[in-house]
Design a protein around this ligand. Structure first.
Ligand SMILES: [Zn+2]
Length: 282
C-alpha cells in the first residue's frame, strides 16, 4: 500500500475556535486551515486567552494538526497604494500574531497584485513588507501561495522564487494550490511528465522541502483562464485522473493536503471530498 499524506481541509470557525476542531473531526480532516480573524476586514479581533488554551488542549487530545491560518483577502503587499500597503502589513502581522498564539504551522497568504507598478519594484516592495511582518511578530511562519494569475498578479514560480531568495528567512514557506496552478497556466494538465517538470521547477526555485502545504482543489475554469474558481475533487478541469497522477508524485507525500472545495452541499469541504482525494493514494 502506498503511503498517504496528511489530508485535511479549510473548516469554519463561526461557533468559535473550538468549533473548528469539531468541524474537522466531523468530516475526517486531520490537519486543517482556518481564518484566524475575519478575512474581509482590516481590523483583526484577537481570540480570548481561555479559548486559545482550550483550542490547543483539544488539538493535542484529538491528535489533530498541523493547523494553518489563511490570511485576509484584502491583503496586498505588492500594492502601489501606500495606504493599502500599510494596512496590509498591519493586518498580516495581526493574523500572524494569532497564528503564533494558536501554535499554527503558519499563515498562508496570496502574494498579491502589482497593478500600477513595475513588476521588479513590486517584488522588492513585497520583500521588505514581508521582512517587516516577520520583524513585528515572532513564532509562526509566513506561507506564500501561488495565485490564479492574470493581469499584473504576482505568483509564478519565478516570482515566488525571487521573493523566497531575497527574504532569506527560515520563517517563510510555500503553499502550492493545484487549481491556481492550472488557472495561472503554470501546468497545462496534471499528466505525469508535466507534474515531474513542474516540481523540478519548484525544487530549483525554492527547494521542495519549503512547500509545506498543498491546497488540493479541482478547478471550474480551464488552463490559463486566470480565473480562480474551485471545484470538488474530480469534478473539474483537473479531474480524477489528474489527482491520481498527482498522488503518484512521491515528493509531495510529506505535505499537508488541504481542501478548499465548494462541497457537495455547498457548505465547503466535506467527508466525501476528503475520501475522494484519499482514494487517489490507494
Ligand atoms: Zn488556495
Amino acid at each position: 500500500m502506498k503511503k498517504k499524506p496528511n489530508i485535511g481541509a479549510h473548516v469554519r470557525t463561526e461557533g468559535g475556535l473550538v468549533s473548528a476542531i469539531e468541524n474537522a473531526e466531523r468530516i475526517g480532516a486531520k490537519c486543517f486551515q482556518i481564518f484566524g480573524a475575519s478575512p474581509r476586514q482590516w481590523r483583526a479581533l484577537f481570540p480570548k486567552e481561555e479559548d486559545v488554551k482550550l483550542f490547543k488542549k483539544l488539538l493535542k487530545e484529538k491528535e489533530l494538526g498541523p493547523v494553518f491560518l489563511h490570511a485576509s483577502y484584502l491583503v496586498n503587499l505588492a500594492s502601489a497604494n501606500g495606504d493599502i500597503l500599510e494596512k496590509s502589513i498591519k493586518n498580516l502581522s495581526d493574523h500572524l500574531q494569532i497564528a503564533s498564539m494558536l501554535g499554527a504551522e503558519g499563515l498562508i497568504f496570496h502574494v498579491g497584485s502589482s497593478r500600477g507598478m513595475e513588476k521588479k519594484k513590486a517584488l522588492d516592495q513585497e520583500v521588505s513588507a514581508m521582512k517587516e511582518v516577520l520583524k513585528n511578530v515572532t513564532g509562526s511562519s509566513l506561507i506564500m501561495e501561488n495565485t490564479a494569475g492574470g493581469g499584473e498578479k504576482i505568483g509564478s514560480i519565478e516570482d515566488i522564487g525571487y521573493l523566497y531568495g531575497n527574504i532569506k528567512s527560515d520563517r517563510v514557506n510555500i503553499c502550492f494550490d493545484t487549481a491556481h496552478a492550472l488557472e495561472a497556466g503554470m501546468i497545462e494538465s496534471y499528466a505525469p511528465p508535466r507534474i515531474k517538470k513542474l516540481f523540478d521547477e519548484w525544487e530549483e526555485a525554492v527547494g521542495l522541502e519549503h512547500i509545506v502545504a498543498i491546497h488540493a482543489n479541482d478547478s471550474k475554469t480551464t488552463y490559463n483562464s486566470n480565473h480562480d474558481r474551485h471545484e470538488n475533487i474530480g469534478m473539474g478541469e483537473i479531474g480524477m485522473e489528474g489527482f491520481k497522477d498527482l498522488a503518484k508524485e512521491k515528493r509531495l507525500l510529506d505535505k499537508c493536503w488541504i481542501l478548499e472545495v465548494p462541497g457537495y452541499e455547498g457548505n465547503g469541504p466535506d467527508r466525501k471530498n476528503i475520501e475522494t482525494l484519499s482514494s487517489c493514494f490507494l
